[in-house]
Design a protein around this ligand. Sequence first.
Ligand code: 4AD
Ligand code: MG
Length: 456
Amino acid sequence: MKHIDVKKLLDGSLVGQSVTVCGWVRTYRDSKNMAFLELNDGTSLKHLQIVIDKVVTVGYENCSALGCAIKAEGTLVAAAKGDGVEVNAARLTLLGECPLDYPLQKKRHTMEYLRTIPHLRVRTNTFNAMLRVRSVLSNAIHKYFQDNNYVYVHTPIITGSDCEGAGEIFHVTTHGWNDGCKTQEEYNVTDFFGQKAGLTVSGQLEGEMAAMAMGKIYTFGPTFRAENSNTTRHAAEFWQIEPEIAFAELPDLIEIAEELIKFIINAVLTDCAEEIKFFDERFEKGLTDKLRRIVDSEFKVLDYTEAIELLKKADKQFSYPVEWGCDLQTEHERYLTEEVFNRPVFVTNYPKDIKSFYMKQNPDGKTVAATDLLVPGIGEIIGGSEREADIVKLTQAMEQRGMNFADYESYMALRKFGSCPHSGFGLGLERILLYVTGLGNIRDVQLFPRTVGDLK
Ligand code: 4AD
Ligand code: MG
């Protein structure tokens, strides 16, 4: 079906030409001799106005229903009123009707209601804008890494190990529900892989293996967590970007993370100016300025121990008490990044007992060379660390956590064959998207969110 994108028509370069455009009717305004409809085909947040002259335009009578799919043929002209362009229609053809029980009638629906119709909410302006920002952000992430000599690797989705050690793995099995195995062991060995298997929580461990040959790699794919936390920031399925860099220590990692975040925000400001303006007006006043400031600011680097002191001194009642050794809760993270520094903050050198087994142990014996990047309004968007390259220390950390060595044999082998200092982090795509759009709930930055108790 030959037709031209609305985005292309809106750039004005085809004024005066005969054009064909396809899309869905978003508004229809009728008057005595004329009618005006606005068409959207998804290529642009802005709609294209189609002008109907009831004497001249053929077939318009069938094309007035909100949501119907049509083809419009006519001449692209400069708009009669204001800037921009419109199409003087010669012929409209109905491609798909849309009856009156179409749920997206002309009013502003709540985000809660839209979550009940994920198959249709993509047709709203909010989702049109969000999906384009998500796409541009993803492209910018690839660009940053590709331009800096990283290799994009695809780590497996089905895995036998739990990278984060938090026991949040979704099991993968072909066993029937009543296969009658007497023990867990029997259940595992008779299963598809002959061992227990699950969906990956992180591509890091395999990413490290690739980095020990390719030097700089990144993953960009779905990860899964059976976390029973019903919050606005946790999804059971989310996309993670995980660079892993050989010959890099914690300060190098922090530099890379800051550069990446600035690069991708800049790309969104440039390529999605209209979408960001929309979110600024509808969801977060001052969003554009906030994003510009991020690009120009220097992120704060704050030692965990100092963070605890600041929290203890805070003139504020927290629900979770603060003591050296505690994990930072979202309320603590937000206090630091919003109220104390009002900019992104890398917290570094966390107590080893609250972090994962693979993090490099610092000489103090108490902390690890880890960092989380916290941002105002959200909290953590990145978690990463330098990796423990010393096999003795790694073994101790695994023993302390009661881990099963058989599951991590190849990971340990990395420390034997040409081990080197290396570091990596995980950036949550949905978390950065929340930050960049001002949308308040992770369920609204995914096409089909998967959260506890909800699989539409
Ligand atoms: O801090 P996390 O658990 O770190 C890792 O998985 C490391 N293996 C990463 C690495 O070093 N390669 O997760 C990393 C990021 C978090 O900072 C957050 O942005 C996101 O992943 N994330 C989630 N996003 C949405 N829903 C969830 N349930 C998430 N859990 C983590
Ligand atoms: Mg984390």
